[in-house]
Design a protein around this ligand. Structure first.
Ligand SMILES: Cc1cc2nc3c(=O)[nH]c(=O)nc-3n(C[C@H](O)[C@H](O)[C@H](O)COP(=O)(O)OP(=O)(O)OC[C@H]3O[C@@H](n4cnc5c(N)ncnc54)[C@H](O)[C@@H]3O)c2cc1C
Length: 369
């Protein structure tokens, strides 16, 4: 391949979705990834396509999330047709389980707020325990109720990553694993990246390196305001089907195993696990669904979220529209957007203010007088 039009740094869910979208639009793409030494949220996440409550303080983020979730079925169908990989996408809705009436009332307020100014509305119901039991007969007596939103869904994130990379490669993208980028800089009309496997050049640059954006983005005058936030996740042996919809901290895969975890820890670049967090996670799962008491956990891991200071994504373009940076912590949910709408903006060389101003990192540039 001659020099590619685009070099994407980071082969996680975000970079792979962008590579797929660009390759599908006929662009020549090189997708560079560091390899197994890296922190990779794409390989450790929960797999929710989650709408409920997203963007409560940022209507543009609520709209972005809802638009992407609404596109998920069609996106999964396209990828399955192109790669033969079923992403296990389902949209049965999800219940956000609350253990006290106070928590349920707070949750309702959050969802009302996230609907107030959003352009795309998302309906929800507040369910008491009796109502919730109609949907989830195995719910435990300690639960007070839940908010239920039909717009939420789930997918298998590992299959998603595999399908995106396969589709991008089939469309001609060059996938370069074991190409850790040590530096990146302007090079004539384009960009040059020094990597652990030599220099790679391209006309345009997209930084989708997750936590790696923090040090790469400033090298080309962009911002990568991200920090790691750890989540610990546990997986059980297979159980009879009992969860007809998703929830905020436990879901059942199509194969029958349960995945649970919603911990949030500020522990720096440590993606390990710890007994106290796993114990609390397991206790909460059993309180919600007592049938899990005797079910064995077969796997557990920690993974690092890519968190901006306010939790809202960052999308930024260089002034001449030749370099871009993307930092998000809902890469599964937003995958259709990254492969489609975002790619259209990239190719046009700008991020239109009406859609992207809420996601500019300039919101963090506080001026002191
Ligand atoms: C515990 C947990 C649960 C989550 N649950 C959900 C969920 O339910 N739903 C949802 O939508 N999202 C969820 N997420 C978030 C989701 O996983 C991330 O948004 C998504 O993985 C981010 O993708 P990414 O491509 O930006 O980053 P990553 O997946 O971290 O990928 C970054 C890639 O960049 C590469 N890289 C880094 N530095 C360099 C470098 N210098 N040179 C070359 N390559 C480099 C790495 O090798 C890596 O492959 C969860 C995350 C965690 C941690």
């Amino acid at each position: 391949m001659s020099e590619p039009d685009y070099m994407i740094v980071g082969g996680g869910i975000v970079g792979a979705a962008i590579a797929y979208g660009l390759a599908r639009s006929g662009e020549r793409v090189a997708l560079l990834d560091e390899g197994d030494v890296a922190f990779r949220a794409a390989r450790g996440n929960f797999g929710n396509v989650w709408v409920q409550g997203k963007g409560a303080t940022c209507p543009a983020y609520a709209d972005l999330t809802r638009g992407a979730a609404n596109d998920w079925a069609d996106f999964a169908e396209d990828l399955a047709a192109e790669t033969g990989i079923d992403l296990h996408f389902r949209r049965p809705g999800a219940a956000y389980i609350c253990f006290s009436p106070e928590d349920l009332a707070k949750r309702v307020a959050v969802l009302e707020q996230s609907n107030a100014e959003a352009r795309i509305k998302s309906v929800f119901e507040a369910l008491d325990l009796a109502d919730l039991r109609q949907r989830l007969p195995d719910i435990g007596p300690q639960v007070a109720g839940a908010t239920f939103c039909p717009d939420d869904g789930t997918a298998n994130p590992l299959l998603l990553l595999r399908a995106l990379i396969k589709a991008a490669k089939d469309l001609g993208a060059r996938y370069l694993p074991h190409h850790g980028v040590t530096s990146v800089a302007r090079d004539g009309d384009g960009y040059a990246a020094e990597t652990t496997a030599g220099t790679v050049r391209a006309g345009r640059l997209v930084l989708a390196a997750g936590l790696g954006n923090a040090h790469l983005a400033p090298m080309v005058g962009l911002d990568g305001p991200v920090r790691p936030v750890r989540g610990q996740i546990m997986v059980t042996e297979k159980v009879r089907p009992f969860l007809a919809c998703g929830t905020n901290f436990i879901r059942q895969t199509l194969e029958g195993g349960c995945i649970f975890g919603e911990s949030v820890e500020e522990v720096g670049l440590d993606d390990g696990t710890s007994l106290p967090v796993m114990r609390d996670t397991a206790q909460k799962a059993v309180a919600a669904f007592p049938l899990l008491r005797d079910v064995r956990v077969v796997r557990a891991w920690g993974a690092l979220r890519i968190m901006t200071p306010d939790g809202v994504p960052v999308y930024q373009a260089s002034p001449d529209g030749s370099a871009f940076v993307v930092c998000v912590h809902s890469g599964v949910t937003l995958a259709p957007f990254h492969a489609r709408g975002f790619v259209d903006s990239l190719r046009s060389g700008s991020l239109p203010a009406d859609r992207f101003s809420a996601f500019s990192p300039e919101r963090f540039h506080v001026q002191t007088v």
